[in-house]
Design a protein around this ligand. Structure first.
Ligand SMILES: [Zn+2]
Length: 276
């Protein structure tokens, strides 16, 4: 049995797969503030799922920067600080005695969309996940592209006269215009309650600027918009495409994610399949 753990700021999901072709079961619960209690809950869930057999591999997706040397979470503005620098991989590998991988959750989300969702059949894919913040990744030949410090498209600057953004300390970041946190701050309403066309048009202009930059830097065959905001794509995607076309000759298709909040789980599945 293979296990994919997707630990987000709000919820934790644990998926199991026997043959790495599809997800068999998902256990979902609210992410727990205490790291020790979380470990207990997670191991109990995995034990429950794998009653019938051995755990052959585990992949963990976390919403932040992973320190490649220590294989620990180094930075995660959207997760409880009690999770930072904890030996999650060591604990689980001792407990289950199998291969364990740890990855950024947005990288896995992009990978999932390419292997099973909206990016199927495309060689070079740009992916932005818009939720509380904005993350993104580049997928090449069905693999997370190599990087030195991780992809951080949310922190590209789209306005040099912009305001300071607390989560990174920079001025005029894309994330300070295009994210759940920014939406509430800038428009005074939560995105899930907003149907105001003018607001969504303004939002789409900023997103389009970020996508144009993504296109010129990443040169993708297709651009995918995932994360919680993709559920409201009908309110902004069409205008975003039009705004991209105003700035960019012959852009690639810009589409919404197909797997929604399961893209990271499918990405983990694909990663395990290719790293057996
Ligand atoms: Zn920033």
């Amino acid at each position: 049995m293979y296990i994919v753990l997707d630990i987000g700021g709000t919820s934790t999901r644990i998926a199991s797969s026997k043959k790495l072709k599809t997800i068999d079961k998902i256990d979902k619960f609210s992410t727990i503030r205490s790291f020790d209690l979380s470990i207990k809950r997670i191991t109990a869930s995995i034990e429950n799922i794998t009653q019938e057999g051995k755990t052959q591999g585990i992949i963990i997706g976390l919403p932040g920067t992973i320190d490649k040397k220590t294989r620990r979470l180094a930075r995660a503005p959207d997760l409880f600080s009690s999770w930072i620098h904890k030996p999650l991989t060591n604990i689980l590998s001792k407990k289950f005695n199998c291969k364990i991988f740890i990855k950024n959750d947005t990288d896995l989300g992009g990978l999932g969309e390419v292997a099973f969702g909206a990016g199927k059949g495309h060689k070079i894919v740009g992916y932005y996940a818009i939720g509380t913040g904005l993350g993104g990744t580049r997928i090449v030949n069905k693999q997370i592209d190599v990087f030195s410090r991780g992809f951080e498209p949310g922190h590209q600057i789209i306005n040099i006269h912009g305001e300071k953004w607390p989560s990174c300390g920079q001025y005029g970041c894309l994330e300070s215009y295009v994210s759940g946190r920014a939406f509430y701050k800038n428009y005074g309403i939560q995105a899930e309650n907003c149907k105001n066309e003018k607001i969504w048009n303004d939002f789409s202009k900023h997103l389009a600027q970020g996508i144009v930059n993504g296109i010129v830097l990443w040169s993708p065959d297709i651009f995918i918009i995932g994360g919680g905001f993709s559920q409201r794509a009908h309110l902004f995607l069409k205008q975003t495409r039009e705004n991209v076309k105003k700035n960019r000759f012959n852009p690639p298709p810009i589409v919404k994610s197909k797997l929604g909040d399961k893209s990271g789980l499918y990405g983990g599945l694909h990663f395990l399949k290719t790293h057996k």
